[in-house]
Design a protein around this ligand. Sequence first.
Ligand code: FAD
Length: 439
Amino acid sequence: MTVSVALFTQDLRLHDNPVLHAASRAADQVVPLFVLDPAVEAVGFAASNRQAFLAECLADLDASLRRIGARLVVRRGDPAGQAARVAAEAGADTVHVAAGVSAFARRREARLRERLGGRLHVHDGVLTVLPPGLVTPAGRDHYAVFTPYHRAWQQAPRRSVLGAPRKLSTPDGIDGVALPTAKPVSPALPEGGETAARELRRRWDIDSYADLHDALAADGTSRLSPYLHFGCLSANELAALASKHGGEGAAGFVRQLAWRDFHHQVLAARPDAAHQDYRTREDRWHRDEREATAWREGRTGYPIVDAGMRQLAHEGWMHNRARLLTASFLVKTLHQDWRIGAAHFLELLVDGDLANNQLNWQWVAGTGTDTRPNRVLNPLRQADRYDPDGAYVRRWVPELAHLPGLSIHRPWLLAPDYPAPLIAPEDLSARLRTARALD
Ligand code: FAD
């Protein structure tokens, strides 16, 4: 009887999973393994919202594996040491794992290789549609601008979508720790796991995406981001399904998956961009803890910014348009360091992802890949355009719900009890006028 190990990381699914597929092809029996790594906590990435979501993902993965005759083995410790130990206990010839993009994932892979040598098989294209580095501009190791990347991305060959295994058997006698449990800080987190992800994908109306993706109150985006972050859904499968479906909504959705791949290939080539400016502009950031706290707590005095921050606290998720304008407010209006904002988002986001979060923050800050680094989003114009009847603010800032029409975006006129704006509206216009590009 031959045995292999499938080491799960950010690929917590049965469908379209090259790691599980290769492990099951390689041997008669498979040990599906997940290692709870204390180092993730040590580097501060184990935010409680994501830990709670992860716990549900693992429980769902175990239940799905049991339905096909296998089970999930959970261990705690260094993934390389634990994978080597499980391989020895099970007499496994091969260990399969997905290639990661962060410096953390690269170090884990190096330790796995040290322990396992040629028995380790690292699979590309598990976390993204295209593996980082598959398309590159001449003479460079990654694309620094999205538009040419997107063009190349659309033309690149894709791997075919893999089905879920129908039957799998796990050897007896390989024990593990109990499935983890964790309490989120946000009261309205989505349910974790591949089952919930596939159900949400089936229910979501992709055709409405073209019209609704920027409408804050309509909530018309897919909300699949946490499932993509933990790999409960395969980006490759989503892209294939959307392309088959066709239409403007599906094309817009696939473009966002290309953005996701874009940020992953930037981080893979420049792991330091998780913490350092991708393109430094010698910014001198303004430090003001009172203002940063008001921003975090949704008390900036600009209801559209406050609504986004309160949605984040409540759901562990925020609409993309709100992420853009709350981030722009912190870095371009209050001139605070993007790392302050990125850290707060990572503390709460259930989809908090090093590639997507840090590089989107850098994009907004003008230190990243935006070709118009001086772009500033005027919160009032954004509010009027993307929350034209104030319904998004009414939902998240109920104390202003009585204000009629667009006056909800300017509470200083009619609601004197609401926090005074951190930047007076007249100064806001002056600050924005100094910027070269306005949206
Ligand atoms: P949809 O609009 O349905 O898009 C489908 C998928 O495409 C998303 O699930 C996501 O995986 C990907 N995607 C969409 N927009 C982007 C984008 N701009 N960049 C990269 N991928 C994208 N996304 C994260 O997954 N994790 C983060 O930590 C994160 N932090 C962000 C921080 C800031 C400041 C900004 C401006 C954006 C951030 N995003 C992040 C990107 C984006 O806001 C979210 O992916 C999106 O809002 C998730 O909602 P959705 O699944 O409904 O997206």
